[in-house]
Ligand binder design. Sequence first.
Ligand SMILES: Cc1cc2nc3c(=O)[nH]c(=O)nc-3n(C[C@H](O)[C@H](O)[C@H](O)COP(=O)(O)O)c2cc1C
Length: 231
Amino acid sequence: MARRPTPTSQLTIEPPAPTPRAPLDPATMEIFERIMRERRSVRRFRDEPVDNAIVERVLEAGLWAPSPHGTQPWRFVVITQPANREQLADAMARSWRHNLEMDNEPAEVIEGRLAGSRRRLLEAPVLIIVCLYMADSDRYPDPVRAEAERTMAVQSLGACVENMLLAAYASGIDAGWMCAPLVCPEIVVDARDLDPALAPHGLIAMGHAAADPKRRPRRSLDTLVVWDDRT
Ligand SMILES: Cc1cc2nc3c(=O)[nH]c(=O)nc-3n(C[C@H](O)[C@H](O)[C@H](O)COP(=O)(O)O)c2cc1C
C-alpha cells in the first residue's frame, strides 16, 4: 500500500461576507446555545451510514476553528471502509493491551475495555483521525517558544474538534471523541500507511446513536471562575 501524501496545497477558501451582528438575533442564539448544551459523547452506534455531505460539513466546520498564526495545524484522515476500521481497531488494541497489562489490570478488565473500544470503532460508520501537522508552524531556536508553538497547535486542535462535534450534532449526527491514537501515534500512522509528518492526536467516531446517552452535568460557573476585579 503506497503512503498517501499529505495535502500541502496553499489554496485557500475565502470566508463568507459576515451577516450583521447587532442586534443579536435571539432565535439564532438560542439554537446555538442549545446545540452547545445538548451535544454529548456517543459511544454506541446503529448500523446506518452517514451522508457524505454531512461528513464534509463536519470537516469544514473544523477548518474554521482558530489556530496559531492561522496555520491550521490539523489534518483529517477519514475512514469509512469496515475493513480499514477493523485494521485500525486491531492495531490500536494491541498497543492498548500492552499498556493495560503494564498497569497490571485484571484480565477481565482488559478484555472488557478492549471489546468496548473495538465495538465502537466497528459500529461507527465514519472515523475521523484528527492529526497534528506541524510542518507549517513557526520554528524557534529556544525550547520555551518551540514548546509554546506546539502547545498552541494542540490547543487549536481541540477548538477544531469542538467545531466538528457541534457541526455533527447540529446536523443530526452523533459523535464521540476518542483519545486512543494519542498514546500510539506511530502505530496509527503505520496501520493506515499515513505520512509520518502526521501525528494522530484523537479520533472522532461518528454515526447515528444507538440510544440517547445521558447528558453529563457540569460544574457551575461560580466554581470555575475567579472574578479578578480587585482595584
Ligand atoms: C481530549 C479528550 C479525549 C477524550 N477521550 C475519550 C475517550 O478516549 N473515550 C471516551 O469515551 N470519551 C472520551 N472523551 C469524551 C469525554 O469523556 C466527554 O467529553 C466527557 O465525559 C463529557 O461528556 P459529554 O461529552 O457527553 O458532555 C474525550 C474528551 C476529550 C476532550
